[in-house]
Design a protein around this ligand. Structure first.
Ligand code: NAD
Length: 297
């Protein structure tokens, strides 16, 4: 049995920690929220009084926190000073590449092993143990990272050195944001041209326009039964999170000198949609912005 400190038991961390406990690991859980910690204990985790207490007793540490500032603060002040020598520390949050590389370097300098392993898949995948992990770590550490993540994963992929997992995540989500907007624009045009949306779905999903945003996550209700469009865009992957990831992608593009004009447009559109009060809707709800039918939401 491995002792795993799990820090950050929110929407995603709750299910992830529960799946580790279900797999027979000793999960030492901590969250600033007492309610989140109580839920984790109810799901088989062991209550820790602080991050430091959980980390000090662990062979592996996992953090699942809101953003880069939280990860920098928690790793520097609470994880690194208290971790056992050689401890494996894995951050699964979605954060900027620069912060991921910074905390990995700090941890390595302190004699620890570090990885970034952001996830694709939302709360349902976290609960079901079917997340996709994109891992940035050394070749030497990868086997241990993969074994740690397995009970929470559908797939684990080694993207490269520390920071590469975050780079893969923001590039993937920029592509997803752009493709969703493209699909929504096509539906909006089809509607104006009096083409039946479901006929259009049947055709495009079998033609060269097919993509995940259309075939698996169709934003027009009725296309794909399991898609959030069939439940008034509740649940799924929140617009606020897509907006966050597109902002991370644009910050990274500006710093690295990459030209990403469509990513910039996607970020502007999702920021606008979020600012209008739709941050808690699934990101495919942006269809209604394209159609000029926000009142339907
Ligand atoms: P969340 O806000 O629900 O959970 C974060 C948790 O961290 C909260 O319970 C909070 O109390 C805790 N926390 C914050 N600061 C802390 C500290 N200093 N010490 C201990 N606990 C602390 O967020 P979430 O939806 O679970 O997302 C977590 C990360 O996963 C984010 O980076 C997000 O972008 C990413 N992500 C989320 C989803 C999703 O669908 N929710 C999907 C993929 C990736």
């Amino acid at each position: 049995m491995t002792s795993i400190a799990f820090i950050g038991l929110g929407h995603m961390g709750a299910g992830m920690a529960a799946n580790l406990a279900k797999a027979g690991q000793k999960v030492l859980a901590f969250d600033l929220s007492a309610a989140a910690l109580d839920r984790a204990v109810g799901a088989g985790c062991v209550r820790a009084a602080s991050t430091a207490e959980a980390v000090a007793a662990a062979d592996v540490v996992i953090t699942m926190l809101p953003a880069g500032t939280h990860v920098r603060a928690v790793w520097a002040a609470e994880v690194i000073p208290h971790a056992k020598p050689g401890c494996l520390v894995v951050d699964c949050s979605t954060i900027d590449v620069e912060s991921a590389r910074f905390v990995a370097a700090l941890a390595t300098k302190a004699g620890l092993r570090a990885a970034d392993a952001p996830v694709s898949g939302g709360i349902m995948a976290a609960d079901a143990g079917t997340l996709a992990f994109m891992v940035g770590c050394t070749d030497a550490d990868y086997a241990a990272v993969e074994a740690t993540l397995a009970p929470m994963a559908r797939v684990v992929i080694h993207a490269g050195a520390p920071g590469a997992g975050q780079a893969a995540k923001i590039c993937n989500n920029m592509l997803l944001g752009i493709s969703m907007i493209g699909v929504c624009e096509a539906f909006a045009l089809a509607e104006k041209l009096e083409l039946d949306p479901m006929r259009f779905f049947d055709i495009a999903s079998k033609s060269s326009g097919q993509c995940w945003s259309l075939n698996t996550y169709c934003p027009w209700p009725g296309g794909v039964e399991s898609a959030p469009s069939n439940r008034n865009y509740e649940g799924g992957f929140l617009t606020a999170l897509m907006s966050k990831d597109l902002k991370l992608a644009q910050d990274a593009a500006a710093k690295s000198g990459a030209a990403t004009p469509l990513g910039a447009q996607a970020q502007a559109l999702y920021a606008l949609f979020e600012a209008q009060g739709y941050g808690q809707k699934d990101f495919s709800a942006i269809l209604q912005l394209m159609r000029g039918r926000m009142a339907d939401l």
